[in-house]
Design a protein around this ligand. Structure first.
Ligand SMILES: C[S@@+](CC[C@H](N)C(=O)[O-])C[C@H]1O[C@@H](n2cnc3c(N)ncnc32)[C@H](O)[C@@H]1O
Length: 278
């Protein structure tokens, strides 16, 4: 049982390193394809159902992707379907895993745009890089780092997407502040995440599934909205799409970075000194 935030993050990293190795055929030999199928976690075992993973993508989207990118899909939604990406935009995917949403984003923004994938797990980054190459993607860059300390300059991104990762963070306030820092004024987020109904306590969320399985660490709907507003976002919405456990939902989270925060009495996000670039 992880005791500190660092221990918990290491547990998450190990869990997703195993998933990446399983998809790459380097795991413990379960031979079952999906990176999650060896887990006894109730949420993870739902990959391939309508709750988590590749089943949440259109068949047409799946057909244009390498098999390993589809099998490595561990998300709880389809952020590229909600982010309304345009040609020429710069997109950042937080916790890019096997690269499925980076590949789809890179195709959407075209050669004049750019898709970054950020992940802390070496095995996932290697898998994503291979998948992007196999898909013939030239406008994607995979970065190693933490979503709590994004290694990109301030105001360098048009859209942030993420698929079932923010719930895994041990410092969600830092993540939301970093989102506001890297986005250009008027930039937007289109995130899929697991979100709890407001009445569930932290203990009740923990009873419904594990932290590494994307359940126990989920924010409630009100916590998500308040956190985004405090970080300098407006037009914030959190919409439940499908129940993944009792009172816990896959959700679409949208928000726009406030254009002129100082005029609205909202926080002005300063670049974090440790968030150096490239
Ligand atoms: C549930 S998987 C989702 C992967 C991908 N978004 C998808 O939809 O398939 C979570 C991913 O986030 C990464 N991750 C979790 N916590 C992170 C953190 N604090 N900083 C960077 N990456 C993190 C893990 O390494 C893993 O690849």
């Amino acid at each position: 049982m992880a005791s500190t935030a660092d221990d918990l993050r290491e547990e998450v990293r190990r869990r997703y390193a195993e998933s990446a190795k399983a998809v790459a055929g380097e795991g413990d030999g379960c031979g079952c394809g999906s990176g999650s199928c060896c887990s006894d976690d109730s949420a993870a075992s739902a990959v391939g159902s309508q709750k988590f993973g590749y089943a949440l993508y259109e068949a047409e989207q799946r057909e244009e992707l390498p098999d390993a990118a589809v099998l490595a899909s561990l998300g709880c939604g389809n952020p590229t379907a909600i982010a309304d990406l345009h040609e020429g935009e710069t997109v950042l995917d937080l916790g890019s895993g096997g690269g499925i949403d980076v590949i789809l984003s890179a195709e959407r923004v075209g050669r004049s745009g750019l898709a970054y994938g950020l992940d802390m797990t070496d095995e996932m980054l290697a898998l994503a890089q291979r998948n992007a190459e196999e898909a013939g993607i030239k406008n994607a860059i995979f970065l190693k780092g933490l979503i709590e300390q994004i290694p990109l300059p301030a105001a360098s991104v048009d859209v942030v997407i993420s698929n079932c990762v923010i719930n895994l963070s041990t410092d969600k306030a830092a993540v939301l502040t970093e989102l506001a820092r890297v986005l250009r004024p008027g930039g937007r987020i289109g995130v899929s995440d697991v979100v709890a109904e407001d009445h569930l306590t932290a203990d009740q969320r923990g009873e419904r599934g594990s932290y590494v399985g994307c359940i126990a660490g989920a924010l409630s709907k009100s916590e998500y909205i308040a956190g985004l507003q405090a970080a300098g976002f407006e037009e914030v919405s959190v919409e439940f799409t499908h129940e993944v456990a009792d009172g816990m939902h896959g959700a679409i989270v949208k928000a726009v970075k406030t254009e002129a925060p100082e005029q609205k009495g909202l926080p002005v996000i300063q670049p974090a000194s440790k968030a150096g670039c490239c």
